[in-house]
Structure formats: C-alpha cells, structure tokens
Ligand binder design. Structure first.
Ligand SMILES: [Zn+2]
Ligand SMILES: [Zn+2]
Length: 393
C-alpha cells in the first residue's frame, strides 16, 4: 500500500509530528472537481509560526485572534499555504478536456480559496471573503507540509510559467502575491502621484527587508515608474545592518536606516528624516507591522502620505492622531490577494523576471520543517525558507 508523509500541528506550542497516510485515502478524499498535487516545494511563512507557536495573532497584551475560533482553522492541521508541485490525479468529475492541465504538469497552488457566494467573492475580492465557508489551504484544510496535497478545485492549480523555477513557484502564493497587492494598492491610493514634478523628491520606505521586503524593492520601481515622474528613491529600514548594506551594494535601495529596538520611535523618526533629508515619505510599506515599526512609520509619513500595513507580527499600534488629520494621511491594510490578482501577478513576474531580484531561498528537507521554522523564528533566514518535498519532480 503506497504511503506518504504529512507533518501535522496537533496543537499550538507542540512540536510538529510526522504521520503517514495512505495515497488511496487521499485519492478517495478528492472532491469531484479537485486535483491531487504531488508537492515539490513548500514555502515557510511567518503565519506558519503563528499556527505552530501561538495558535493565532496577538492583538494586544491580553487579546488574541485565535485560529481555533475561526471556522475550520482549528487543529490538528497540516500547515503550509505556499505550494508548488505537479498534477498527480484529478477528481472523479473532471472531464479529460475540461482542464488545460495534464498529469505531471508543474503548477503553483493558489491557496486562498473562499466561499464564492458572499458580496466580496462576487466582486472578485475573494481575499476578503466573509462567507464563512473558506477552504484556504494550510489554514482551513491541510496544506503543503506534506508529500501530497488536495486542491478542492483544479482552477486553483495554476500552470507554472516557464520563466519561473518550481522552487521559486512555491513562494508566490503568499509572499509575492501580498507584496504585489500592497504595491499596486498603495500606488492606487496616491491619486496625485501623476502630478508630481520631475524634480520633486519622491521617497518610498520599505520597512523590513526579509522575504516580503525583498520582493518589494524589485516591484516598486517596475510598477511606480510608468505612473510617477520623479525618480523614486527607496529607503530600506531594518534592524539588521548587514542586510541594509547588502541591499545598498546591490543597488536595490538608494537609502538605508538602521532601526534600533532600544531608542524611542520619536527620536528614530527624526534621525531617519535628517539622514535622508526629507520632510516625509509619500508611501511606506511596513512588512513587519509591530508597535515600533508602526509608530516610526506614522511619524515618517509626509502630507498626503499612505502607510501600507502588511506584516502580521502582532500587537497594538500607537498613532499621533492630530498628525493624521493635519497631513491628510492614510493607513491601509493588505493581506494576500485575490485569485485574479494572482494570475495577473504571474504574468507580470514571467515578463519581468530578468529585472526582478528574487529572494534568496534557504532550502530544507521536509523532514527538517521544525528546524526551518526555528530558523525563521530566530531571524536566521535572509530571503525565504522553503521545504524541498519531492526532489524527483
Ligand atoms: Zn503566508
Ligand atoms: Zn466569500
């Protein structure tokens, strides 16, 4: 009897356990229009850390947004929502001519599967679904820390563009999509961007140069350039000085500011403004989004500026309320992205891949998923960690 391995979080705070499952059961469990994917690589996201350690997102010192309180997000659960692999078997109701996919084709899984019926889903905003019947892979249903994964409908197994490697494909469903959404939405929130004079200083800040920030410093020039006349100067803000130096040396950012966890936010915002010689940033992407980065970012925002809050580090932010009103500043939140945006992003990536510095991948065997999670937790990864599941595909 053919067996395969799954790595399961039984309950938050406990080490992940390996469990063997029969392939025949996975095939029997396939939904009528589903597809069974043989996993090649699975990205390790910070959300996996929250699933493994805390069981939710910390809202304040006394409040948590618990996964177990949300429908289908309880435990035990196989984590992993960033998945690339190959088509292994279709569900019983998928006709031969129905899907453009064939057995063995390389695919990227779109994991944010929503109800399809609510007012958000109807308008293509499935990433904001309130229908309560989501089947998000690695969240509501079992995910990619496994040799095989069930995708409930074959349309969510999207063909891998030939320009993109199958390993890189595994980090596109969350980190890359989130950043693409953040940069596009942030730009749309700057309606006067096209009116800037070409000799104006247009400052953009990227807070956190990890897996998300790495995508951002490539996406921002490509997406902003057609819409904005002045040269866009990116400031990288991070607690890791050597990471900042590397990004400057590689020409990915024009300015850098070393954030300290020891100095007050007010002092650091003032130091950053003096160093960069700016009165404020037009747009700031906060890919960390903890109380310190939020506080510093709000203080750095210029008039009519937009703060795009992305990271899910957790905690409660502090806002100087008069500054919001006086400078007509905006704060918007971004989390993942819709199915349609995912497909648009893949086309964008495939046609611009030569001009994109893709994040460095740190590769671990699937059996070392605990080590990968610990390394992510301890900030040892520059770029993105992935689990190599099946080497032969
Ligand atoms: Zn993620
Ligand atoms: Zn919905």
């Amino acid at each position: 009897m053919a067996m395969f391995k799954q790595y399961i979080i039984v309950s938050p705070g406990q080490d992940i356990q390996c469990k063997e499952e029969t392939l025949s059961k996975a095939i029997a469990d396939l939904p009528p229009k589903g597809v069974l994917i043989k996993v090649h690589s699975s990205g390790v996201c910070h959300t996996d850390l929250h699933q493994w350690l805390e069981g939710g997102f910390r809202l304040s010192d006394s409040e948590y947004l618990l996964f177990a309180s949300r429908e289908g997000m309880g435990y035990p659960k196989v984590p992993g929502h960033e998945i690339s692999g190959t088509v292994y078997k279709f569900g019983p109701d998928v006709r031969e001519d129905e899907s453009s996919l064939s057995k063995g084709d390389s695919v990227i899984v779109y994991p944010w599967i929503a109800c399809g019926d609510c007012r958000y889903c109807e308008r293509g905003n499935n990433d904001h679904c309130t229908g309560g019947k989501s089947q998000e892979i690695g969240m509501n249903i079992n995910g990619g820390y496994s040799e095989f994964v069930i995708v409930p409908h074959y349309r969510y197994a999207v063909p891998l563009p030939s320009a993109i490697s199958i390993d890189m494909g595994s980090v596109l469903g969350c980190s890359s999509l989130t950043v693409y959404n953040a940069v596009k939405t942030g730009l749309a929130e700057l309606p006067e961007a096209g009116d800037w004079r070409s000799d104006d200083q247009f400052h953009v800040a990227v807070v956190g140069l990890g897996g998300l920030g790495s995508w951002a410093v490539s996406f921002i020039p490509l997406l902003f350039k057609p819409a904005i006349k002045p040269n866009v100067a990116i400031t990288g803000i991070d607690i890791n000085e050597s990471k900042l130096s590397t990004f400057v040396d590689e020409g990915l950012i024009q300015n850098s500011f070393h954030l300290s966890t020891l100095k007050p936010p007010q002092e650091q915002a003032s130091m950053c403004r003096d160093k960069i010689s700016t009165k404020g940033y037009q747009i700031i992407f906060d890919f960390v989004n903890n109380p310190l980065t939020f506080d510093v970012s709000i203080r750095l925002l210029g008039n009519h500026g937009v703060l795009v809050s992305v990271g899910l580090f957790g905690g409660t932010g502090n806002v100087q309320l008069p500054l919001l009103s006086l400078g007509r500043k905006k704060i918007i939140g971004i989390h993942t992205g819709s199915y349609n945006l995912f497909k648009e992003m893949l086309e964008f990536l495939a046609s611009n891949i030569d001009n994109i510095k893709t994040p460095t991948l740190s590769v671990y065997p699937l059996a070392d998923c605990m080590k990968a999670l610990r390394d992510v937790k301890e900030g040892k990864i520059s770029g993105r960690a992935i689990l190599k599941v099946n080497n032969e595909t």
